[in-house]
Design a binder for this molecule. Sequence first.
Ligand code: ADP
Length: 198
Amino acid sequence: MTASARLLIVGPQGSGKGTQGVRIAESYGIPVVSTGDMFRANIKQGTPLGLQVTEILDRGDLVPDELTSEIVRDRLSQDDAANGFLLDGYPRNTTQVGHLDAFLAEHGQALDAVILLDVPREESIARLTLRATEQGRSDDTDEAIAHRLDIYEHETAPIIDLYSAKGIVDRIDGVGSLDEITERVLAALAVRGLRLAA
Ligand code: ADP
């Protein structure tokens, strides 16, 4: 049986949403669509898009909404996303929510659930500092991290209210072992009737 699940994972930088996103997507047999990963891949390959966004990412700013939404629309139009997907890092502000809603509505689709990973600010910062030494991401400087957390609080956190009004937000405690957190998410999604791939 093929599972169908259209999911969004949201949480502050350092909440572990990237790691959990991959685990959850695997459980459902759906692709992860991570805007951050797509931008980083383009930068690494030196594509025109990569050149266009390198400085933006290094500053911790947002890539323009229209450009970001276009990339996501292209990705979601591919065959492997027909039965579902897990979005990580998009939408990131209310304008992008509007773009995504319009795209999904055109295709007779909607998000099934929004997973909000709840992690205290001190824990996020501790994890990001560790990641900076382990992975050496060029936007994990103190300045860019602080800027990204600010954008999260002012632009991204408000999208939760929009989705809460639709009754699709599952707030998950993001502190614990990786397995515990994955289990919590899968349990919440099961309550919504989202079945795992068999
Ligand atoms: P983090 O959540 O740690 O900030 P991401 O990998 O999600 O990391 O994003 C890295 C960077 O990619 C962001 O700081 C931003 O520059 C760009 N980016 C990712 N997603 C979006 C988006 N939806 N809109 C605009 N810019 C984005």
